[in-house]
Design a binder for this molecule. Sequence first.
Ligand code: 6CS
Ligand code: FE
Length: 312
Amino acid sequence: MIHNSNPSSMNERADMYPSRSNLKAQFIKRKEPIVYSAPSVKPPLDQSLIDQYANDGFMVVEDVFTPEEVAMFRRELNRLRVDPAIEASGETITEYDSDEVRSVFRIHQVSEVFKRLAGDPRLAGIARYLLDDDVYIHQSRLNYKPGFHGKEFYWHSDFETWHVEDGMPAMRALSISVTLTENHTNNGPLMLIPGSHKEFVVCEGHTPAEHFRSSLKKQDYGVPNDGSLCELAAQGGIFTATGKPGSIIVFDCNTMHGSNSNISPFPRSNAFIVYNAMSNRVGAPYCDRSVRPEYICSRDSISPIATGADYD
Ligand code: 6CS
Ligand code: FE
């Protein structure tokens, strides 16, 4: 695999991570830190977890939320799945081969429960520490992955999509996935490739118009080719993130991840909150397509999230 440390820019703006252009699949060494806070700053979690995050690109923390909080999240999960206002808005994403609900986006705006979750210091505090900046919600969603019918999320780097299609300049964002049902080996848990966050994987092909209409159901562009994946997996292996309800999986924007279809009877439903640094606000897409809608990528509603205390 070619390692190109200084690719030609495809846009007038310095595009240090061009992808889906005429470049062949290749790796570009990550330029940014992973943990932005200085070592002298006391982390909100055990240092061993921070070290794991820096090295692997993710960490799993169990028992973050109580069973009562999880029960509240589950009630809201079920309410939003059939919320007529959301369905009427056209923002509900269904599976490509059924009417089963796959994802509901911008839950931090349509739900008081998940707005509080997004601002909860147990999440936002971790994001602020790792990104060493005020943060805003770039995207939030519920991925339902229902029993029997929940389809896969093919391997991808979120940053590759957020850079190319949303104009996110640098790797200074992360996702926190909150497990709302048991995530076990049989119901399509998140799989991550340790160490993959250190290489930007250039993807081949061009971004179709209104790509989100298909990519959120089944992603065929902005995915690494087999050679790139073989190399990453050979280096880092594949980690399967299992956890009881109320756990969190924190992963860097550039960590390669995916999840298999769920043919078990047990749903694997998680909430995802994506925190972006205020200094890394999205701009014009790096691809020659129009911007994605607000429910997928915050653009008009960018403001630092208040601390949890402001939600009391
Ligand atoms: O396009 C996006 O922003 C979404 N796609 C995937 C597969 N993960 C990140 C995000 O939800
Ligand atoms: Fe993703």
